[in-house]
Each structure stands twice: as structure tokens, then as C-alpha cells.
Design a protein. Structure first.
Length: 195
């Protein structure tokens, strides 16, 4: 498995998120690859990550899910992959003392490229469905908690994510109410609701 650090939109590497590319064995019968190996991932991350929950979502073209994260004492790191279709996946640095606070990284994940994004604790996560539909699987290092879950507005001007909306949809993204009404990053910081 290859691991690649990602650069933010201003060209600076953000420490934490990694784009992971598996070694794929393919022939005329199909393909095989190891989608997750606890030992290899922990060696790459130089941490001891213990995933406790798998999540699976299905979304239609133009859906944005996020930007989601969880507060202490139950934050979540996520290992995200797209098993059907294609998404534009994003991680936003919400570590209050980070030199890259408020910066983001983005990458395309698809059933074709089989890449995965590691979104560590301290980052908000979201994605846009690019294909007609997409199914996304992600492993989480903390259990979901309604009381601790938070969102940041997808189009926060300070973060300024360059969502590839114009390429795929004309009327704006499709959002859950909690995502459409989420606060800005600065508002979340002022309420001490970031990591």
C-alpha cells in the first residue's frame, strides 16, 4: 500500500490526512486487493488505530454529506473509500492550535481508482457525489454519538472548499437539514466546539 501526503489549496502539506493506494492484483478474471490491514495501516500512520465501527452510505449525484466530526471524549478518525461510483472527498483541519487550521485537502475516490482517504481525529470530513450514485464505506475509530456529532457548513467562506459543483450539477448541492444549517468554523471555534 502506498501512502501520499496531501497539499491544501494553497500548496502547503497538511499533516495528518493521507491518500492510500492499495496494491491491486488484476487479470482477465477481475481483481483482488487488500482494502484494510490493521498492521500495515498502523505502520504507515505510526499509531495504534483501533476501528470500532463500519459505516456505509449511498448518495445520488449532487449530494454533499458533511462537514462532520465528533467532539471529545469520542472523536473519530475515518478511513474512507468509495466502492461504487465516484466522490470528491474532503478533510478540513479543525485543530485549534494547528498552523494549517481551516485549510482543506480534497481528492477523488472511486470504485475504479480504489484509493482511500485517511481522515484523522482533528479533521472534519465531507464529500460530494460526482457519479449518478455512489456508495461509500468508512471505518471509524470512535463510536457515533448524537450528542457529540457536529457539522460545519459546507460552503464556509473562510475554508473556501473548491467543490467541483459546476462540472456535475446546475442547481446546487443536495443537503441534509443539519448540513444546510451548520455553523461556520469560526462560530464552532468560538463555542469551543472544535478539537
Amino acid at each position: 500500500m502506498k501512502a501520499e501526503k496531501l497539499k491544501s489549496s494553497n500548496g502547503e502539506i497538511i499533516e495528518g490526512p493521507l491518500l492510500l493506494e492499495p496494491l491491486i492484483f488484476g487479470d482477465d478474471r477481475g481483481f483482488f486487493f487488500e482494502s484494510w490491514n490493521n498492521k500495515k495501516l498502523n505502520e504507515i500512520l505510526n499509531q495504534n488505530i483501533n476501528f470500532v465501527q463500519d459505516n456505509h452510505s449511498s448518495s445520488q449525484r449532487g449530494v454533499i454529506r458533511g462537514l462532520h466530526y465528533q467532539l471529545q471524549p469520542n472523536p473519530q478518525g475515518k478511513l474512507v473509500r468509495c466502492i461504487q461510483g465516484e466522490i470528491f472527498d474532503v478533510a478540513v483541519d479543525i485543530r485549534r492550535d494547528s498552523k494549517t487550521f481551516g485549510e482543506w485537502v480534497g481528492c477523488y475516490l472511486s470504485s475504479i481508482n480504489k484509493k482511500q482517504l485517511w481522515v484523522p481525529v482533528g479533521f472534519a470530513h465531507g464529500f460530494l457525489t460526482i457519479s449518478d450514485s455512489a456508495e461509500v464505506l468508512y471505518k471509524a475509530s470512535g463510536y457515533w454519538s448524537k450528542e457529540l456529532e457536529r457539522s460545519i457548513i459546507w460552503n464556509d467562506k473562510m475554508i473556501n472548499i473548491e467543490w467541483p459543483l459546476s462540472n456535475f450539477i446546475k442547481s446546487g448541492p443536495l443537503l441534509a437539514d443539519k448540513d444546510a444549517n451548520a455553523p461556520s468554523l469560526i462560530s464552532a471555534k468560538n463555542k469551543a466546539e472544535i478539537l
